[in-house]
Each structure stands twice: as structure tokens, then as C-alpha cells.
Design a protein around this ligand. Structure first.
Ligand SMILES: *[C@@H]1O[C@H](CO)[C@@H](O)[C@H](O)[C@H]1NC(C)=O
Ligand SMILES: *[C@@H]1O[C@H](CO)[C@@H](O)[C@H](O)[C@H]1NC(C)=O
Ligand SMILES: *[C@@H]1O[C@H](CO)[C@@H](O)[C@H](O)[C@H]1NC(C)=O
Ligand SMILES: *[C@@H]1O[C@H](CO)[C@@H](O)[C@H](O)[C@H]1NC(C)=O
Length: 922
């Protein structure tokens, strides 16, 4: 019954007899005019009669043709003339049938399929002539329900589909009656927003027990008195106490977000918790075939009063409801995209997505509650700008966000962000005012975490102000505020540990971060008040908290404050140990990562103290790299000053500093190209991924002259030319051509990268030869290519291109070719390593093996082979050893570059540089 789509997930079969049954339910739910229903009915029969919706004749293979996709195609070809209603009924019918079959056959629903189904429902909900008869109604749980398909049997729900929408209007059900059960089994698909479902165990209470709840019976009024028979169109519902009492306890809860799905057994007690300021929408299916409990009560207070819920429509129509849902779905999509881009430092894309999100909320469809959504998008715009150092823009967005968010929790959060921006800009009074607003509104709304954050920021800015004005009074205020931060961290932690069975690790870590920062700053205040002993205690305690967070940057900053106090006490050796320790980050690196006036001051202190400026963090970056990334010249100059001092005994000091700076700039260029242009393509994966990489790289190198100077273009030798040449060409033979420039042709190309050992390095680097007189490596390459082609029939000989360093990197001026090596290798579809007994001992070979190994493991779009050395064949004369076999490159490769052999020791810094780049490939 469940055919599987080609190579994909199982797809339900939607036969026309099923659709005809569903149509009856849709007609009842929509209260559609009979003639329109008849029209749809005729169409379903016609499509079903011997012809599948694909239009192909019935060949006994019908089932695989009756898919959602084929019905959608049939719908698009149906020209109904005047009757939009009949088409709308057909759309609802197809969508409902698809949901039903997914549920009944337990077929997973990916987000993209749910979107397809929702889009069909959305079109149907927009049909103008249906708006009069078909309206949503407010349920007792506070959401608006719109019936989509209602099939009843003997006054009972048999199958019922509804759209449920909780509007961001603050209206939620009466909390005293929130725990309830349903007669039928239920299945829910989340379209937008998030909600928490709580499940309960209920046991009937004995007289002696302290019952927590009383059962209430539910009945419906259709305009002629209460009845227990179900129909989709009710004027009101009522609950009345039954006298039966229950003890309930929560047995579980789950947060459901967009694309999630969950089921509720018949008669099971549950409740839904939806924040009053969010829109939450679900498609809901009651299915009696999978369970029906006649007695499914609502639980209310013991001795509670009867309760009537009017089924008013809250002024909403099917169409308006649909457009709210659609709007929030688009908003969520933009916000998700924006956050993803921001997390990959692709800030321009992030900004565009957030701007789109904020614009949505200005559209005429955006009704109540959308102000908050707009505020959130503006707030993200502010944060993104701040993260990229664009403080003036950040200020503008955050101020607007705060205007929209008054009264909401985020008001406090974005005031905090605004304060941070002002602090970075050195506008300390304004920063203080923003933190004050953050603190006051957090206290008003009982947001303990925000209040904790706010008071620490306030303390710090008051400390800074006190240093400017020399006010002891203000210094004392600052110290007290920082102490409050630390105390708040402790009490929140205790509350969490006392009340949560499963303490949230992330939140506890955040508290340690805040305590560490608070204590470090407290130590500043103490030191400023010449209380060195207390300052040291605070700084040591900060370091303890920092270590618990596992965040190297937080640890490094705490080390700085601790070290500075040790130095103040005359313990210079101990202080330097704090500054020179890199367990993932050093103080100097931490300050270069986030340059500000304050941080530059600390960096200068470190430079003057003689701290090591050449250490590497867990990302493979050094302090100078971050200073260059952030384009912060004062930081850059400070670090260079430190390096000059540190390496003052080196004979080639100037050359060394120039190389450091060049490497930092290369790394910035590398990050710009790889992270922003290539990585998104790699992450998207799919067919032709490597071809798209070549185009993206060529565009990036062409777009920016600076980048083009740093990184060589991708150059390759066509296989036919390599064959004709009869030996390994040198770059000066100019057999190569540039690739990636003509987009159309490049899609068919297949590029093989050869990684091999130079057999004849000779005396000077540029005079070396890659091969020997017998052309051993050249022959091995040809052999490997032929074996490859024999086992890859999909790769055509004409479109096969080869990358060999000797031919493709300018041997007389190799620097831009070498710098680009990791990105060049990433643009080759396959790497073939010509291994021999020395291959893995050689530094250049090892670095290439590490690159392909990392790429293959991280993205799964590259291939890697090893060609072994073959035995001499019988007819083999000199230099015609038979070729070895081609096998997959090893997994779990572990290489220590420091041990590898180099022909020219002066190339080692270059190799170490490349090795560091590899970490960024993954
Ligand atoms: C049934 O459909 C499959 C997949 O489309 C196709 O490969 C097969 O040839 C069809 N069988 C008949 C009898 O048409
Ligand atoms: C839901 O699925 C859609 C379509 O696949 C996807 O674009 C979206 O990001 C998903 N959203 C979430 C929150 O998983
Ligand atoms: C923003 O919206 C426009 C128009 O709807 C669309 O073309 C563009 O792709 C969107 N940009 C982003 C980054 O989402
Ligand atoms: C810290 O690093 C600097 C620079 O390398 C060095 O001169 C100093 O001796 C180091 N101090 C300690 C304690 O490791």
C-alpha cells in the first residue's frame, strides 16, 4: 500500500475512492453548496475512472501514480470556469487525504511536504465565496478552530480535520479547565510557533483522597439546546461537573515547534501551553478508527461551577486566519535564515533576511500582536550589526526594537544590547541609562536572569564612570551592584537545582559565565579601592567559575584579571603564567576578538608586560589574526609591537613580522572566501556541488582584486593534453587552463587532484623536478586515471581535468598557488594519492592527505583514493612497473605535521600555516 518514491521516503497512495469519501467530509465542514460539491465529485470520478491523476491509462500500476504530487498536477490542469468553489473543495480534499494517509500509515512528514500540504490548504482558505458560510470559532482552550473535513457516524466523530490557531492576542483558555481529553485518537502537525504539550496520569480519587480535579462533561449547542452529539458547527459548548474526582500528576511534557508532529491517544489527559504573545498553528486530525472513548472529560476545579464557551469567531474569517498563519510562517523562515547566516558570520545575508522579516510585519495583513514580531526582527538586526562592529546602525535598530517591544520580555533584553553598544562606543552615560531600563523592566516582569545580567552591566559601567570622575561614592555603588550580580547568580542556581529534576546544563553554564564576569569586575573595583587582598579573592573565584563554563574565552579573560592582581602583589612569574597559558585562548586573543576601548587598554597592559603574542587558540587563530579580521589597526599595532619585542633576538626580525602580517591577511581573505562563499555551497551539498564550488570560487577571486592577488585561480590540465604531452608538464610549459569562468561548460567537468611525492626536489626549491627520467609519477598518474575511468562510467574522458602542482602552480612564483591550496583541493571532485613507502612521511603529501580527509569527513561530497605501487609486470621493462590498484583513502587518519620530512626546511612555516588552515575546512 505504501510505495516508496524513487530513492526517497515512502509516499502514501491517494486513490480516488478515498478522495470521494473525504470530499463528503470537506463539504460538511465547509457547508458548501450542493452543486459545487457535485462538480468536484464529477471531477474526482473522471480523474479516477481508468485514468490516474497523472493522466496515464490504468496499466495495473495505478497505485504508484496516485500520489500527492500527481493530484497537484491534475489540480493545476483543471479549468473549472466560474467555479472557484469546486476547485477549492478539491484542493482541501487532496490535502486532507494526504494528511490522513500519512497519519494512518505512519509515514514521516518532512517539513517540505508539510509546506506543500499547507500551501494547498492556504489556497483553498482564500476562496472568497466560502467566507460567508465557513468561519472559525473560539474553543474552550482559547484557540480558533476551523473545520476542514468532518465525517460523523451516529452522532460521533468518525474523522475530523481542523486548523487550530492560537492568535498572539493574549487570549488563552481558562487555565482551571486546561487539562482535558479527547474521545478519539488525535494527531497534530505544527505549522507555526511553538507550544508545550503536557501529559498527565489521572486516577479516580477515593473519598479519602485529596482530589486535585473534578471531571466535567462536555456538550455542544447547535442553536436548539445542548446535545452530546457532535457536529462541526456549534454555537457554544458547555462543561458541567459530573461529581467524579481525580488525582492527576504530570508524567511528561514536550515542546513542539514547526514541522514537529505528535499524537494523543483517545481519552489521554493533556494540556497545551502556548505563550500569550505568540501565534501557534497546527493541523489537527481526530481519528476514531484508532481509538474512541465515549467518556472523555475535561478536568476542572473540585466543586467548580459549570462553564460555557461561546463559539464566536473573534472577527476572523477562514481567509484572515490563513493569512496570519502564512505571515508568521514566512517570518519564522526569514528569522531562521537570518540566524543561520549570522552564525556563519555571513552578515550581509543575515541582514537581508532580518529586514525581510521586519517588513512582513508592516504589511496590511499584519494585525494584532505583530508589533512584537517586528520588534524581534529589528532587535536581531541590531544584534547582527553590533556583532560586526557597526555600532551606529546597531543603535538605530535596537532603539526601534525597544519601542515596539514595550511590555514584552524582549524589551528588557534589547535594552541590555543597546547598553552594550553604547559601552562599545564609549557613551557611558547612555549605556548606564539603557542598563537601568533593562534592570527596571526585568524586575517588573520578574525576569530573574535578565535582572542578573542587567545589574552586572550597570555595575561595570558605573565602575568606568567612577574611574573617569574619580568618585569614590560611585565606585562603591559599582562594587555593590557587581556583588548583587554574583549573589543573583548564586540564588538562581540554587533555585534551579532545587526545583528541576533535570537541571538545564546550558543555563547553569550561562550563570557561571555571568558570575565569572561579575567577579572579575568586582576585583577591578576592589583593586581601585586599594583592597588588593579582596580583589585577589574575587579574581581567583572568577577563574574557578570560568573554568566550570568550559568556554576558553571566558577563562582567558578571568586569567587576565587574576594575573594583573598577582602582578600588583609583586608575583610577576605567576602573573606571566596566567598571561601565557593557552588552554584554547589567551587573554591577548580574547581582547583582540572583541576590540573596544576597554579591551585595547588591557591588551596594551599585556604587551608591556611581555606576554606571549604568538600563541594559537582552539580555532587555529592567533591574536594578530583577530586584530586583522576586525580591521582594528590599534590592536594590530599593539600585537606587532609585542611580537617585535618577543622575537627581538631573531636575525630576520623584519621578514618574520612581514610574514606574520601577510599570513593574518591571507587568513582573513581565506575566511572571507571559504567561509562566506564556499562553505554554504558545501553545506548545501547535492548534485554538482563541486562544480558549483568552482563557479563560486572563480566569482569570488574575480570580484575582488585583493583576493585575486592573494589566491591563484583554479588551473587544470585536460586529460587529453596530459596524455599527448608524454611526460609531466611544468607550469612553464603552459599546458594548463583556468577553470570556473564559463559556468555552463563547467558543470560537466570532473577534476582529479594528484597528491604525490616529488622524486627529484634538487638543490633549490624552484629548480626541483617532480618526476624522474623514467617518468615514474607520470605513468602512475595515467594508470590511476585509467583505473578510475574503468570504475566510474559516469565520468567522461573528454570532460576529465587534472590538477598537478608541478603543472598548475607557477613554479617560479608559487606563493599565491600555495596559499590557495586548501581551496583548490576543495574544488576537485576526487583526490588520488600516489602512495609509496615514503608518501605519509613527507610533509607536503601529509598536508594534502589531511585536507582531503577533513573535507571528505565533513561534507561527504569529495572522493579520495590511494593508488598503491604495483608489482613489476612480466613484460615490464625499465620504468614500466605495472600500476597498483586504486582503493579508498584511509579513514581515521591521524597525522602529526611536526614530525614530517621536508626537502627545504625554509618551507616549514608555509606548511604550518596550511596545517592551521585545515582546521577551518571542517
Ligand atoms: C510501474 O511503475 C514503475 C515506476 O514508475 C515502472 O518502472 C514500471 O515499469 C511500471 N509498470 C508497468 C506495468 O507499467
Ligand atoms: C520546516 O521545514 C521547512 C521545509 O523543509 C524548512 O524550510 C524549515 O526550515 C523547517 N523549520 C524548522 C523550524 O524546522
Ligand atoms: C527577501 O525578500 C525578497 C522579496 O520577497 C526575496 O527576493 C529575497 O530573496 C529575500 N532575501 C532573503 C535574504 O531572504
Ligand atoms: C611568556 O611568554 C613570553 C614571550 O614568549 C616569554 O618571554 C616569557 O618568558 C613567558 N613567561 C612565562 C612565565 O612563561
Amino acid at each position: 500500500m505504501v510505495p516508496s518514491a524513487e530513492g526517497g521516503l515512502a509516499r502514501p497512495v491517494l486513490g480516488s475512492s478515498l478522495l470521494i469519501r473525504v470530499l463528503g467530509g470537506v463539504a460538511a465542514a465547509v457547508k458548501a453548496p450542493a452543486n459545487e460539491v457535485e462538480e468536484t465529485n464529477k471531477w474526482l470520478h473522471q480523474i479516477g475512472a481508468g485514468n490516474g491523476p497523472t493522466g496515464s491509462p490504468d496499466n495495473g500500476n495505478r497505485s504508484s501514480a496516485d500520489t500527492l504530487e500527481s493530484w497537484i498536477r491534475a489540480l493545476s490542469k483543471w479549468h473549472t470556469g466560474d467555479s472557484a468553489v469546486a476547485l477549492g473543495l478539491a484542493k482541501l480534499t487532496v490535502a486532507v487525504a494526504a494528511l490522513r494517509e500519512h497519519s494512518r500509515h505512519d509515514i514521516p512528514m518532512e517539513g517540505s511536504r508539510l509546506s506543500t500540504i499547507w500551501n494547498i490548504v492556504y489556497e483553498a482558505l482564500n476562496i472568497p465565496c466560502l467566507q460567508d458560510t465557513w468561519a472559525p470559532s473560539r474553543s474552550a482552550q482559547g484557540f480558533l478552530a476551523l473545520p476542514l473535513c468532518s465525517i460523523t457516524k451516529n452522532g460521533r466523530i468518525d474523522e475530523l480535520f481542523r486548523l487550530h490557531v492560537w492568535l498572539p492576542d493574549g487570549k488563552r483558555g481558562n487555565p482551571k479547565f486546561s487539562v482535558h481529553s479527547h474521545q478519539p485518537f488525535a494527531h497534530s502537525w505544527i505549522l507555526a510557533g511553538e507550544g508545550r504539550d503536557h501529559q498527565y496520569e489521572a486516577r479516580e480519587a477515593d473519598i479519602a483522597d485529596d482530589a486535585t480535579h473534578e471531571a466535567f462533561g462536555l456538550s455542544w449547542n447547535y442553536g436548539d439546546g445542548l446535545s452530546r452529539a457532535y457536529s462541526a458547527h456549534q454555537q457554544s459548548s458547555a462543561v458541567e461537573p459530573t461529581g467524579r474526582r481525580f488525582c492527576i500528576s504530570e508524567i511528561g511534557s514536550a515542546l513542539h515547534r514547526r514541522n514537529d508532529t505528535y499524537t494523543i491517544p483517545a481519552g489521554a489527559f493533556h494540556s497545551s501551553e502556548i505563550s500569550p504573545e505568540v501565534l501557534h498553528a497546527t493541523l489537527f486530525y481526530f481519528d476514531s478508527s484508532r481509538g474512541f472513548i465515549p467518556d472523555a472529560p475535561v478536568l476542572g476545579p473540585v466543586n467548580g461551577e459549570p462553564f460555557t464557551q461561546l463559539r464566536d469567531s473573534a472577527g476572523e474569517s477562514a481567509r484572515s486566519l490563513a493569512s496570519h498563519v502564512q505571515l508568521v510562517r514566512s517570518w519564522e523562515q526569514f528569522m531562521d535564515e537570518g540566524r543561520q547566516h549570522a552564525s556563519r558570520a555571513e552578515w550581509e545575508h543575515a541582514m537581508r533576511a532580518f529586514i525581510n522579516a521586519s517588513r512582513l510585519c508592516e504589511s496590511p495583513d499584519a494585525v494584532m500582536g505583530m508589533r512584537r514580531y517586528r520588534g524581534l526582527a529589528l532587535g536581531e538586526l541590531g544584534n547582527t550589526n553590533r556583532r560586526f562592529g557597526r555600532y551606529a546602525e546597531a543603535e538605530g535598530f535596537l532603539k526601534q526594537a525597544c519601542l515596539e517591544l514595550e511590555g514584552f520580555p524582549e524589551y528588557s533584553i534589547f535594552h541590555g544590547e543597546l547598553g552594550v553598544v553604547y559601552r562599545h562606543m564609549g557613551r557611558l552615560e547612555e549605556a548606564r541609562d539603557a542598563f537601568q531600563a533593562q534592570y527596571a523592566s526585568a524586575k517588573d516582569l520578574h525576569l530573574d536572569l535578565e535582572a542578573c545580567r542587567a545589574i552586572g552591566n550597570l555595575g561595570m559601567v558605573n565602575y568606568q564612570l567612577s574611574q573617569g570622575s574619580g568618585s569614590d561614592e560611585l565606585l562603591l555603588v559599582a562594587a555593590n551592584q557587581l556583588q548583587e550580580r554574583v549573589d543573583r547568580c548564586n540564588s538562581i542556581r540554587e533555585n534551579i537545582l532545587a526545583s528541576e529534576r533535570d537541571p538545564p546544563v546550558q543555563r547553569l553554564r550561562q550563570l557561571d559565565v555571568w558570575a565569572a564576569i561579575g567577579l572579575s569586575r568586582l576585583s577591578l573595583c576592589c583593586a581601585a579601592r586599594s583592597n588588593i587582598e579582596e580583589a585577589c579573592r574575587a579574581a581567583a573565584s572568577a577563574l574557578e567559575h570560568a573554568k566550570k563554563t568550559g568556554d576558553p574565552t571566558v577563562v582567558a579573560i578571568s586569567r587576565f584579571f587574576h594575573g594583573r592582581l598577582l602582578a600588583a602583589k609583586g608575583q610577576h612569574k605567576e602573573a606571566m603564567e596566567q598571561f601565557n597559558t593557552s588552554d584554547g585562548c589567551t587573554p591577548a586573543i580574547a581582547f583582540c576578538k572583541e576590540p573596544s576601548e576597554e579591551h585595547r587598554g588591557y591588551l596594551e597592559y599585556l604587551v608591556d608586560a611581555g606576554a606571549d603574542m604568538d600563541l594559537v587558540d582552539d580555532q587555529g587563530y592567533k591574536a594578530l589574526d583577530y586584530a586583522v579580521f576586525n580591521g582594528d589597526e590599534p590592536c594590530q599595532d599593539l600585537v606587532l609591537r609585542g611580537l617585535r619585542h618577543q622575537f627581538s633576538s631573531e636575525s630576520n626580525l623584519e621578514e618574520l613580522l612581514r610574514r606574520r602580517l601577510r599570513e593574518a591577511k591571507l587568513r582573513k581573505g581565506y575566511r572571507d572566501v571559504f567561509q562566506q562563499k564556499l562553505r554554504p555551497v558545501l553545506l548545501a551539498g547535492g548534485d554538482g556541488c563541486v562544480g558549483k564550488l568552482r563557479v563560486a570560487y572563480a566569482d569570488a577571486v574575480a570580484a575582488d582584486a585583493g583576493v585575486g592577488e592573494m589566491f591563484d585561480r583554479l588551473k587544470v590540465v585536460p586529460y587529453g593534453e596530459l596524455l599527448r604531452f608524454g611526460r609531466l608538464p611544468r607550469s612553464s610549459d603552459r599546458l594548463f587552463r583556468e577553470l570556473g569562468t564559463s559556468k555552463e561548460a563547467d558543470r560537466r567537468h570532473f577534476v582529479i587532484f594528484f597528491s604525490y611525492r616529488w622524486l627529484n626536489p634538487m638543490a633549490v626549491p624552484s629548480g626541483g623536478r617532480a618526476d624522474d627520467e623514467k617518468h615514474t609519477q607520470y605513468r602512475r598518474m595515467l594508470g590511476a586515471i585509467e583505473s578510475f575511468l574503468a570504475s566510474h562510467k559516469d565520468v567522461s574522458r573528454e570532460h576529465l581535468l587534472i590538477w598537478v602542482d608541478y603543472a598548475c602552480v607557477d613554479q617560479d612564483n608559487p606563493s599565491s598557488g600555495v596559499a590557495a591550496l586548501p581551496m583548490i583541493l576543495a574544488q576537485c571532485d576526487a583526490v588520488v594519492s600516489l602512495i609509496d613507502d615514503q608518501y605519509y612521511e613527507r610533509a607536503w603529501c601529509s598536508v594534502e592527505a589531511m585536507m582531503i580527509s577533513t573535507l571528505r569527513n565533513s561534507y561527504g561530497v569529495h572522493q579520495w583514493y590511494e593508488q598503491t605501487i604495483g608489482e613489476a609486470t612480466t613484460e615490464g621493462g625499465e620504468g614500466t612497473r605495472g600500476c597498483g590498484m586504486l582503493r579508498d583513502g584511509p579513514t581515521g587518519l591521524s597525522i602529526d605535521m611536526a614530525e614530517k620530512k621536508l626537502s627545504f626546511e625554509e618551507e616549514r612555516p608555509q606548511l604550518l600555516f596550511l596545517e592551521r588552515q585545515i582546521r577551518l575546512l571542517g
